[in-house]
Design a protein around this ligand. Structure first.
Ligand SMILES: [Mg+2]
Ligand SMILES: [Zn+2]
Length: 188
């Protein structure tokens, strides 16, 4: 039996690529990545983490884009990251409108758990990085640390109240990656 691998679940919009309120990324040409995204992913991979993007894409359920277009957007994301020497193990997404109350939209853990089973990931050595409360909620439902980044919506989130308190708050995904490397996944 091969050992299960540590993992970081990464949000997409506002964490790896720019996002703004009320805006939907609907064309590959609109996809660009933060300058510090590829260095962050390289750092995490060097430290042994698998990298899985978990993203809510309600634009599909709202009819703003098709699955085919989303596939091309994700191909562009992978190309941009590859140009920076970084690679993702998987991208999983919820396609549903929030009104559907589906089983897979973050903060629900279904997509992350499914990816963990499929890829042989160790949820005992895992973290979530994201810019919204839903990402911290995902971390809580998985029982792993959640790191809030201040890019995207992060500056406007109010995470310090209630049960969604992040394990750490960092300026961007590279800062969050450094926190994860220093604090998560050490074998005991
Ligand atoms: Mg986000
Ligand atoms: Zn869903």
């Amino acid at each position: 039996m091969s050992a299960r691998k540590p993992v970081v679940f990464l949000d997409r919009d506002g964490t790896l690529n720019p996002d703004r309120p009320g805006w939907y990324l609907t064309r590959p040409s609109q996809m660009r990545v933060y300058r510090r995204a590829a260095p962050a992913l390289r750092l995490l991979r060097r430290a042994g983490f698998r990298l899985v993007v978990v993203t809510n894409q309600s634009g599909l359920g709202r009819g703003y884009l098709t699955e085919d277009t989303l596939g091309r957007i994700h191909a562009k994301l992978r190309r941009l990251l590859a140009a920076g020497g970084a690679r993702l193990d998987a991208i999983v997404y919820c396609p549903h409108h929030p009104d559907r109350r589906c089983a897979c939209r973050k903060p629900k853990p279904l997509l992350a758990r499914r990816a963990a089973r499929r890829l042989g990931l160790d949820l005992g050595r895992a973290a979530v990085i994201g810019d919204k409360r839903a990402d911290l909620g995902l971390a809580r439902s998985l029982g792993v640390p959640g790191v809030l980044v201040l890019t995207g919506h992060g500056r406007h989130e109010k995470p310090h109240t209630g049960s969604l308190r992040p394990a750490a708050v960092r300026r961007d995904v590279l800062g969050a990656a450094r926190w994860v490397v220093d604090n998560v996944g050490r074998r005991r």
